[in-house]
Design a protein around this ligand. Structure first.
Ligand SMILES: *[C@@H]1O[C@H](CO)[C@@H](O)[C@H](O)[C@H]1NC(C)=O
Length: 180
């Protein structure tokens, strides 16, 4: 929905509660993942591998709001070594939208994201997808050699519910350690 079409109503809401506190952000119940949107798992194998990798091949979790705080999500960026390649996986959770003074999980409202970044001194990467969960969005066909690297990433998400004028457009810098 366009923000502009609801603007008079939402202006009142926004004035009443301009900055949501953490209390307003619904937290995913333990069994609530199933209705939080489609889960894109490229291969069961990659999940199993992910649990065995050192956590240092992932960024921390980024808690990000979109423009005007109409949307919210939590995102983590991971890189895993395969036998002949390196893969980039995004973990996405807690996607929510703000409406009528409360936060709601994405549920039936889709959201999509685009990621662009660089493993400094090595290779650029880019990919897009939608929904929650772990998603493999890029394959470095030339495997990144073992080492410690700086990574910079831009994450752009449209939705849930609101359109591009409430998009999340954030960047993160972190370092990763890749094995051989
Ligand atoms: C996201 O933010 C960056 C840096 O501010 C900007 O250059 C870029 O155009 C933005 N992307 C979109 C799709 O708005």
């Amino acid at each position: 929905m366009q923000l502009s079409s609801l603007f008079p109503t939402l202006l009142l809401v926004a004035c009443a509660k301009a900055i949501p506190t953490d209390d307003n952000i619904a937290k995913t119940p333990a069994d609530g993942q199933s209705d939080a949107g489609p889960v894109n798992v490229p291969a069961l194998e990659s999940l199993a591998d992910a649990k065995m990798e050192a956590s240092s091949s992932c960024s921390g979790w980024n808690d990000w709001y979109g423009t005007g705080r109409w949307t919210y999500t939590e995102v983590q960026f991971c890189f895993y070594q395969r036998s002949d390649s390196t893969v980039a996986v995004v973990n996405q959770r807690e996607a929510q939208y703000y409406w009528g003074a409360a936060w709601y999980y994405a549920r039936n409202y889709p959201f999509s994201w685009n990621i662009e970044g660089t493993i400094v001194t090595q290779s650029d990467f880019e990919g897009s997808g939608d929904g929650s969960g772990p998603t493999q969005y890029y394959v470095f066909t030339e495997k990144v050699p073992a080492g410690t690297y700086s990574v910079s990433v831009n994450y752009h998400q449209v939705g849930p519910y609101w359109e591009a004028d409430a998009a999340i457009n954030e960047s993160a810098q972190f370092s990763i350690v890749l094995g051989s």
